[in-house]
Design a protein around this ligand. Structure first.
Ligand SMILES: NC(=O)c1ccc[n+]([C@@H]2O[C@H](COP(=O)([O-])OP(=O)(O)OC[C@H]3O[C@@H](n4cnc5c(N)ncnc54)[C@H](O)[C@@H]3O)[C@@H](O)[C@H]2O)c1
Length: 308
C-alpha cells in the first residue's frame, strides 16, 4: 500500500458539491487536508430554483469532521465569483472540479431552445468559466489540477440527450486543449465519465442499482486525479462501482481513392476499408498524428501524376 495521499495546503473548488458525486469529492478532499469551496446553486435537477441549504449542509459536515470549507452559491457560469470565494478565503486555488450539472432530457424533435440553452450554460459555459477564472492563478503558481466531467452520453450518444451529449463531448475537447496549454505550467487537466446513483440518475435507474452504484466509488478516482502525484493529463476515464479505464481514439487504416477518380462510386469502392478497424488500426493522440495519411496520399497522387 502506498503512502496516504494528502492535500494539506491545497485549495479545492468543487462545483455542484451540495449533492451526489460533488458532495463525495468535497468530503474526501477535505478529510485529507484540502480547504474546500463547496459551490452549489441548490436548484432542481431540471435547472430550476436556487437554495443555499445544499452547500451549507456540506460545509457543516466538513467542519464537524474537523475540516475547512466555505460555501459559494453562485451558478457555475459565474466562475469568477466562485474562484473569488476561494481566493478571498484561502488565497489560492489548486484544484477545480467542474462537477455541477443538470438534465433537460427530451427527444430532439421536442427539444426547446430553453432545453438547449440551459444545458449549454450549466455544462459548457460553467466548465469554461471556472477553468478560465482559475487559469491565471494556476499559471502563476505553476500548479493546477482540473477535473472536468463528461458522460457516456457524450462519448456514445444517447436517445433524448442531444443537448447534454453535445456539451459533455465539448467538455472533452476543452479538456484536451487545456491539457496541452497547461503542460508547461504543471497544470493537469483530465476528464471523467462516471456512472453513479444520484438524484440525477434516480429517474432512470432501479432502486437497487441506485444504491449499489455509490458515488463513493468515483470520489477516490477524482481525488487521485486532483493529487500532485498524478502526472497524466488530457485523459478521459470511464468509471463506476470500482472499475476505472482510460479511453482513446482508434482510427481505421482507411481507404484511399484511386488517383484520378474522386467520384462517389470510388468512395463506395473503398468503403469496406474506411470502416475496417481490424487491419492495422492507429491510435492518434495529436492533431499532428491526424495528418500523415492525408499528406501521404497527396504524395502518392503526385507520384502517379509524374508518371503520366
Ligand atoms: N450520476 C451519474 O451517473 C453521472 C453520469 C455521467 C455524468 N454525470 C455528471 O456528474 C455530475 C454530477 O452529477 P450527479 O449525478 O452527482 O447529480 P446531482 O444532481 O446529484 O448533483 C449535481 C449538483 O450540481 C448542482 N448544480 C446544478 N446546476 C448548478 C449550477 N448552475 N451552478 C452550481 N451548481 C449547480 C446541483 O444543485 C446539484 O447539487 C454532473 O455533471 C453530471 O452530468 C453523472
Amino acid at each position: 500500500m502506498s503512502d496516504k495521499l494528502r492535500y494539506d495546503g491545497k485549495v479545492a473548488v468543487v462545483s455542484g458539491a451540495g449533492n451526489g458525486l460533488g458532495k463525495t469529492y468535497a468530503l474526501l478532499l477535505a478529510s485529507r487536508g484540502a480547504k474546500v469551496v463547496v459551490n452549489d446553486l441548490g436548484g432542481s435537477t431540471h435547472g430550476e430554483g436556487a437554495d443555499t441549504k445544499a452547500a451549507d449542509a456540506v460545509v457543516e459536515e466538513i467542519k464537524k469532521a474537523g475540516g475547512e470549507a466555505t460555501a459559494n452559491y453562485d451558478s457555475v457560469e459565474h466562475g469568477d465569483k466562485i474562484i473569488k470565494t476561494a481566493l478571498d478565503a484561502y488565497g489560492r486555488v489548486d484544484i477545480v472540479i467542474n462537477n455541477a450539472g443538470i438534465l433537460r432530457d427530451v427527444a430532439f424533435h421536442k427539444m426547446t431552445q430553453k432545453d438547449w440553452d440551459l444545458i449549454y450554460t450549466v455544462h459548457m459555459v460553467g466548465t469554461y468559466s471556472l477553468c478560465k477564472a482559475a487559469w491565471e492563478t494556476m499559471r502563476k503558481q505553476k500548479y493546477g489540477r482540473i477535473i472536468n466531467v463528461a458522460s457516456a452520453a457524450g462519448l456514445y450518444g444517447n436517445f433524448g440527450q442531444a443537448n447534454y451529449s453535445a456539451m459533455k463531448l465539448g467538455i472533452l475537447g476543452l479538456t484536451k486543449t487545456l491539457a496541452r496549454e497547461g503542460a508547461s505550467k504543471n497544470i493537469k487537466v483530465n476528464c471523467i465519465a462516471p456512472l453513479a446513483g444520484s438524484r440525477m440518475t434516480a429517474t432512470v435507474m432501479p432502486e437497487e442499482m441506485l444504491e449499489a452504484l455509490r458515488p463513493e466509488f468515483v470520489a477516490p478516482v477524482v481525488a487521485y486525479l486532483a493529487h500532485e502525484q498524478c502526472e497524466d493529463s488530457g485523459q478521459i476515464l470511464e468509471l463506476g462501482a470500482g472499475w476505472i479505464a482510460a479511453l482513446r481514439w482508434q482510427r481505421a487504416k482507411g481507404g484511399f481513392l484511386p488517383f484520378g477518380d474522386s467520384s462517389p462510386e470510388a468512395v463506395a469502392g473503398v468503403w469496406d476499408a474506411v470502416m475496417n478497424f481490424d487491419d492495422e488500426p492507429e491510435y492518434p493522440e495529436t492533431t499532428q498524428d491526424s495528418f500523415p495519411p492525408v499528406m501521404g496520399n497527396l504524395e502518392r497522387y503526385k507520384e502517379a501524376a509524374s508518371k503520366l
